[in-house]
Design a protein around this ligand. Structure first.
Ligand code: MBD
Ligand code: FE
Length: 303
C-alpha cells in the first residue's frame, strides 16, 4: 500500500478541508440514544476518528486498507485466535483499560490483561496437584496466600491458573493434547492458602501469523511476551482480580532497552522471584534436578 500510494501524497502541510459540519451532524445523530453512556462513548469515538482522519489527511485507499485489515482480523474466530483482543493488546489498549479498572480498588494486587488463552470453567484441582501433568520443564512449586487489603486471609477464594508449556504454547494451541493441561481451578483453604506444582513458564511469541503479526512486522516489532503465570481470583462480595506474575530475570521484562513485553502487560509489582531450589520439596516429592518455588500474596478488596 505505501509503495502504491507514496507517489500520490501531497508534499505535506496542505490545508485540509474543515469537516466540523460533518462531525456535528454525526454527533447530533446520537442525540436520541436512550443510554447516556452509549451516547457519550459513541460521540467521543466519532470525534476522535474524525480528528484522526482529518489530522492525517487519510486518503480513500488507506482507509480501505484499514477496513480490510480489520475485516481480516475479525475472520479469525477460533478459541485460540482472537485477533481483535490481540490487536487491543499490542496497541496497549487492553493494558490501559486494565490500569484504569484496577485503580478503582486501591490496596489490591496490581492486575494484568486477560489475554486470549483463558478458557471458562477450567478443571477443578486438589491442592498439591501437578497441573503440568508430567509435561517437561523445570518443576515449580507455587504457594499462594489470598488476603483482603487489611491482610486478613480470604478462605474459599476461587483461583484459576493458566500458563503455556516449556515451548511457549498453551494447551489450546496444541492439537495433539487431549483435554486441558497447565490450567486449573483451585479454592483457597481455611487459611486463605493454596499450593500446587507446575513448571516454570518461558517467554513466547504471541500468535503472529495473522493480521496482527503483519502489523508487528510492518513496524519492526517483535511478538514476544515475558514469561508469566496467569491468575484469576473470584470470591463473592470481593472485586475480581485478573493478573499475571512475571519471572524476575526473565526475557522481555525490561522496557528501558527498547520494546519489552509485546503487549505492555508487565508491572514492577508483578515481577517476582521464582527461587531456585535443590533437595527436599515441601510435599516430599523427590526431584533430582533444580526446581523453583514461588510464594505470593494476592490482595483482593471487598466490593
Ligand atoms: C498471551 O499469552 C497473553 O497472555 C496475552 C496477554 C496476549 C497474547 C498471548
Ligand atoms: Fe499468556
Amino acid at each position: 500500500l505505501r509503495a502504491a500510494w507514496r507517489g500520490d501524497r501531497p508534499g505535506g502541510g496542505r490545508a485540509v478541508p474543515d469537516l466540523s459540519w460533518l462531525t456535528a451532524q454525526v454527533v447530533t445523530s446520537f442525540d436520541g440514544a436512550p443510554d447516556p453512556r452509549v451516547k457519550q462513548l459513541l460521540t467521543d469515538l466519532v470525534r476522535h476518528l474524525h480528528h484522526y482522519v482529518t489530522k492525517n489527511d487519510v486518503a480513500q485507499p488507506e482507509w480501505q486498507y484499514a477496513i480490510e485489515f480489520l475485516t481480516r482480523a475479525g475472520q479469525i474466530t477460533t478459541d485460540t485466535r482472537q485477533e481483535f483482543v490481540l490487536l487491543s493488546d499490542v496497541l496497549g489498549v487492553s493494558s490501559a483499560v486494565d490500569v484504569l479498572t484496577n485503580s478503582r480498588t486501591p490496596g489490591t494486587t496490581a492486575s494484568a490483561v486477560l489475554g486470549p488463552f483463558y478458557v471458562e470453567g477450567p478443571p477443578a484441582a486438589e491442592h498439591g496437584t501437578d497441573i503440568a501433568a508430567g509435561l517437561p520443564g523445570t518443576p515449580l512449586w507455587v504457594d499462594v496466600l489470598v488476603t483482603d487489603t487489611g491482610g486478613k486471609p480470604v478462605p474459599d477464594t476461587m483461583v484459576d491458573v493458566w500458563q503455556s508449556n516449556e515451548d511457549g504454547f498453551y494447551d489450546v494451541q496444541l492439537p495433539d493434547l487431549n483435554g486441558p493441561v497447565l490450567r486449573a481451578r483451585f479454592h483457597t483453604d481455611a487459611e486463605g492458602r493454596l499450593r500446587f506444582w507446575t513448571i516454570l513458564p518461558s517467554e513466547y511469541p504471541i500468535p503472529d501469523d495473522g493480521p496482527v503479526g503483519q502489523m508487528l512486522a510492518a513496524t519492526g516489532r517483535h511478538p514476544w511476551r515475558a514469561p508469566h503465570l496467569h491468575f484469576m481470583l473470584a470470591k463473592p462480595g470481593y472485586t475480581q482480580l485478573i493478573t499475571q506474575l512475571f519471572v524476575r530475570g526473565g526475557a522481555y521484562l525490561d522496557t528501558s532497552a527498547g520494546l519489552g513485553d509485546a503487549v505492555f502487560g508487565v508491572k514492577d509489582d508483578l515481577i517476582v522471584d521464582f527461587v531456585p531450589q535443590h533437595g527436599p520439596t515441601p510435599d516430599g516429592r523427590s526431584i533430582d534436578a533444580e526446581w523453583r518455588r514461588l510464594d505470593f500474596t494476592f490482595k483482593i478488596a471487598p466490593e
